[in-house]
Design a protein. Structure first.
Length: 67
């Protein structure tokens, strides 16, 4: 978490809607856009790692099932 973020939260108004509400509150004078972009870039890296581990595990599993 960035030292410039005072609050960050989200809400899903309804599970059947493809919509989330995001609130990002920064310290005075700090624009939220660059901080949000940095956080999303970090999440992409994390999710790419998770996907890679999942795909490797799936390949190992299917190789063992077929053997």
């Amino acid at each position: 978490m960035s030292k410039d973020v005072e609050f960050c939260g989200y809400n899903v108004p309804h599970p059947l809607e493809d919509k989330i509400l995001l609130r990002l509150q920064t310290k005075p004078g700090i624009p939220a856009g660059p901080l949000l972009l940095e956080a999303l870039t970090h999440l992409e890296t994390i999710f790419a790692g998770i996907r890679g581990k999942f795909e490797k595990s799936y390949e190992d599993f299917t190789a063992n099932v077929e053997a």
